[in-house]
Design a protein around this ligand. Sequence first.
Ligand SMILES: [Zn+2]
Length: 135
Amino acid sequence: MKVGELSSVWRESNHRYRLVAHKCGNCSTVYFPPRDICLKCHRESIGKMKEFELSGKGEIESFTVVHDVPPAFVRQRPYFLALIKLDEGPTVTAQIVDCEASELEIGKRVRAVFRRIREDGKSGVIEYGYKFVLQ
Ligand SMILES: [Zn+2]
């Protein structure tokens, strides 16, 4: 692996590590992943989008149990993928870990944790990112 690739992996995971959103300085809408222009204010939001750190807390809006997983995720089969409505407004799609399917319910409170997302066997690169656990 080249140095340039390594730093891009690091940058990306560092970014996710902090759960940084953008908040519109005009209408206060929060965007995650961050956006440079507000979908509601358009031109008026240019230069007014501010970094905003999310609490990582929210609730399950919907979820699905995934049995058919890509090769990199075989060890995690089955896994739970959920739409999570964060307390600050944005909805994210993420994995829910450390629980049984029977514990998952729409409306249950969850919080973000940082975990290994995948490991590239060839390069040895391990990517970290956020997942959620029941609160
Ligand atoms: Zn706005």
